[in-house]
Design a protein around this ligand. Sequence first.
Ligand code: HEM
Length: 456
Amino acid sequence: MIRDATLPPGPRAPRAVQTLGWVTRPYAFMERCHRRYGDMFTVKVAQEGTWIFLVDPDAVKQVFTGDPETFHAGEGNRVLRPILGDNSVLLLDERAHMVQRKIMLPPFHGERMQRYGDLMAQIAAEEIRSWPRGVSMPVAPSMQAVTLEIIVRAVFGVTESERLVLLREALRNLLAFGTRASTFLLVALLGPDRAVRVGPAPAALGKVDRLIHEEIERRRSEPDLEQRQDILSLLLQARYEDGSAMSDEELRDELMTLLVAGHETTATALSWALERLVRHPHALRRLREEVDAGEDAYVDAVVKETLRLRPVLPIVVRKLTRPASVGGRDLPAGVTVAPCIYLLHRRPDVYPDPYSFRPERFLEQPAGTYTWIPFGGGIRRCLGASFAQFEMLTVLSVLVRELELRPARLEREPVSRRAVTLTPGRGGEIVAEPRATPGRTREPVASGVREPVGAA
Ligand code: HEM
């Protein structure tokens, strides 16, 4: 039993009311709590137990560098177990997590990502060919198609068109089921294990499982396995410290993890990047000039500034298995500490004029390990962080090189929740036109829009 008297202050409203605030107006809810209670506050949400939000970089550092036996991350993701499986790196803790993470790290090493550049650019260019010109359209569905295709081809390594269609469709069905509101209700009512045994879930999951297992088997017998660059082929050749290879079940669980962790997140981040860029013509113009000149520094800064101001996930969580001192406070076992990405990224002492979208700040000052944390941190930091940033950089470069982009409406998009991700409320509406003259830009129509403080 956790006694409230030992915890930092926080809203006194009933759990149901706090849950409503967190689910329906997350930005406003977090900002209100921060204003009222400071850099460390207690929140009670749904079945999640007790969350201690952390907004101070030193406290965040303590969590990210803390003992993995005390700070459990895997436990918080249990709800995903029926889909991801028992071996998923996202669900494991302590030694089992380190063993699995170590074998998966090399294929995601930063420099390796360049090899996927041509494929990513080609997929993005194919997608925008079908975009309507001169009319308003939401980019989110299109960005989802791009990131799914990139995962199927760069991660799963499927290229044969017939299998590509089968796998793409099966994954899309499964993901659509996973993000539907009714699924949340089912999970809440039945718990995750039983929820995947009713309705369309078993068939959707069974189909994906079958296709993934077939792919693993086929790939293992490919004569060119050693030359292949896709992540499945690299994982097939990876070895644990004792020299053994990953089992089929482990491979299946990790592929599923990469899909679930890497698809929606990157699509959302790309949609936010476009939502911000079209409302900041100076940034958009500079981005195009630098892309035309073959420079990557500014597009990299745009990616970082988007993830600062519109982080896809507002918090990361670690459950305490034993008492620990964090941010100068002794916390009991059983509570969950939550470094708050969203609020940390809006600290004026770290980011002057924090509500402005200003990519230049990342040209002037590098992103800090404990102050820029869209990918979490420490030994749980997102495995796909380099992959995702390179993917965003590549897709954005193709878009601005090929098209004129402008906002469909000037007012910024509200935030809306899609499962655990925070997405643009109108799906990132834009208007795309063919580029007037290659290498020359037309003047964008909108003027820069500053973000109102405390916007929800
Ligand atoms: C913009 C896109 C993305 C964002 C914002 C994002 C964010 C995150 C965050 C916040 C975490 C938890 C970190 C922590 O607890 O400290 C995480 C974990 C993870 N992400 Fe990502 N991610 C993105 C894209 C990807 C991609 C493309 C992949 C793979 C293809 C991926 C694979 C993973 C994996 C495997 C983990 C678990 C790491 C572990 O527990 O050791 N992510 N991600």
